[in-house]
Design a binder for this molecule. Structure first.
Ligand SMILES: *Cc1c(COP(=O)(O)O)cnc(C)c1O
Length: 358
C-alpha cells in the first residue's frame, strides 16, 4: 500500500444515497446517481446500487462500459451530451442519454434502429446557465424533427443543467419554465413526457427548501451523495455525512526554516511570482503529494493546526508550527477533498484508492 491514498468510506456514501432517495421520494422525485466525480469505480457503482439507485449516470462511456460489465442489472445514463464518434456505444450500452442537438438525435435514432435497441432520450434545454441545451425558440422545429425519428429512440423527457458553466441557480421560476417547454413539446409528440429532470445537487438543495415546482420529478445527484455537500449554495447538508473520504500523504521532510525565501525571486514552477510574508522561523513539512495527484486548492487539512503553504507537481509544503502534534518524518497527514480534489485524486494513477466499509 503506497501513499498518497484516497480512502473512501463506502458506508457513509451508501447512507447518503439512502437519505437522498428517501427525501426525494417524499417530493415525488426519483434520483439518478452520478458517479463521474469519483471516476466511477465499480466499488462506487456497487455502493450506489446498495443505496437503492436504479439508474447510474456518468459523463464518460468508458465509465459506463466498466460499470455495466460489473452490474448489468442496473440502468445507465450518459449525462454528457454525446459525441457522434461514440453513438454506436451509446446505442449499445445506455438506457438513457441527455441530448441537445437535432443532428445527434437523428444519428442516434438510426443507430438504435439498426441495433433494434430502445434508448430513452432526455432533451436538454438551456435555462440560462449557457452550457448545453436547446433554446426554447427551437421547440417547433425540434418537435417536427422528433415526429420523424425511429421509435427505438424514445423521448423520455426534458432536462436542464444549472450552476455549471455560469453559476445560474435552479429556481421555481426557471424550472416552471422548463416544465412549460415539456408541455409545448408534448403537443408535437402527441404523448406525455415521463421525466422532468430539474438538475443536480443544487436542485436537491432547492427541493429541501420547498423551492421546486411539483412538475419536477427527477434529479441527477453526484456531489451530495459523494461528499454531502453542495458547492453551488456552499452548503453542508445537515442530513448527510461529510466525512465520506480522506486523502492521506506522507511527510518526507520536517524541519524548521525561515518563512521568507533567501535570494532573488523569479517565477515558480508554474510561472507565478510568489509573495511571502516574514513570520520568522517556523516548523514546516514536505508531503509526497502534488499537483499531479490532486487539485491542492481543493484540500482542507484534517489535522489540527496544519496549514497548506504551497505545492508543486510532486511536493506539498505545510506549516506545522501550530500543529497539535509534534509531527515526524514518515507521519501521515490527512485532508478532506472538495469535488475538484476528489475528481483529480480519483483520476490520478499515482493515488492509491482504498474503499472501506460495506
Ligand atoms: C455532473 C452532472 C450532474 C451532477 O451534478 P452534482 O452537482 O454533482 O449533483 C448532473 N447533471 C449533469 C448534466 C452533470 O454533468
Amino acid at each position: 500500500m503506497s501513499y498518497p491514498i484516497l480512502r473512501v468510506h463506502r458506508d457513509k456514501i451508501r447512507e447518503n444515497g439512502e437519505i437522498l432517495i428517501k427525501e426525494s421520494a417524499k417530493n415525488g422525485i426519483t434520483l439518478w446517481g452520478v458517479t463521474k466525480g469519483i471516476s466511477a469505480f465499480p466499488e462506487i457503482a456497487q455502493t450506489f446500487k446498495e443505496a437503492g439507485f436504479k439508474v447510474i449516470a456518468d459523463s464518460r462511456m468508458a465509465n459506463i462500459r466498466r460499470m455495466k460489465e460489473c452490474f448489468p442489472e442496473l440502468e445507465y445514463a450518459l449525462i454528457r451530451i454525446p459525441m457522434h464518434s461514440e453513438l454506436d456505444e451509446v446505442a449499445e450500452l445506455c438506457d438513457y442519454c441527455l441530448i441537445s442537438e437535432t443532428p445527434t438525435i437523428m444519428a442516434l435514432a438510426e443507430k438504435c434502429e439498426k441495433l433494434a435497441k430502445t434508448l430513452k432520450a432526455v432533451i436538454m434545454f438551456d435555462m440560462g446557465d449557457l452550457r448545453e441545451g436547446f433554446w426554447h425558440t427551437e421547440i417547433p422545429n425540434l418537435g417536427k424533427a422528433l415526429g420523424k425519428i425511429s421509435p427505438y429512440l424514445k423521448i423520455a423527457g426534458v432536462g436542464a443543467n444549472f450552476s455549471c458553466a455560469s453559476g445560474v441557480l435552479p429556481t421555481r421560476e426557471n424550472l416552471t419554465q422548463l416544465s412549460s417547454y415539456a408541455a409545448e413539446l408534448e403537443k408535437y409528440l402527441g404523448y406525455k413526457l415521463e421525466i422532468i429532470s430539474g438538475g443536480g445537487t443544487c436542485s436537491f438543495h432547492q427541493m429541501l427548501h420547498g423551492r421546486l415546482p411539483q412538475t419536477v420529478n427527477s434529479l441527477r445527484i453526484g456531489e451530495a451523495v459523494l461528499l454531502g455537500y453542495d458547492t453551488a449554495f456552499n452548503d453542508n447538508f445537515s442530513i448527510l455525512n461529510h466525512d465520506t473520504m480522506e486523502i492521506e500523504a506522507e511527510l518526507v521532510e520536517v524541519r524548521t526554516k525561515p518563512t521568507l525565501p533567501i535570494g532573488l525571486i523569479g517565477h515558480d514552477a508554474f510561472g507565478n511570482v510568489p509573495v511571502f510574508e516574514d513570520r520568522g522561523n517556523r516548523r514546516r513539512g514536505i508531503l509526497a503529494i502534488g499537483k499531479q495527484d490532486v487539485r491542492i486548492e481543493g484540500l482542507v487539512p484534517l489535522d489540527e493546526g496544519v496549514k497548506i503553504i504551497t505545492a508543486s507537481s510532486d511536493h506539498l509544503l505545510v506549516d506545522l508550527e501550530d500543529a497539535a502534534i509534534d509531527y515526524k518524518l514518515g507521519d501521515i497527514l490527512r485532508f478532506r477533498p472538495d469535488y475538484t480534489a476528489m475528481l483529480s485524486a480519483s483520476t490520478s494513477p499515482y493515488v492509491t484508492k482504498i474503499f472501506e466499509g460495506k
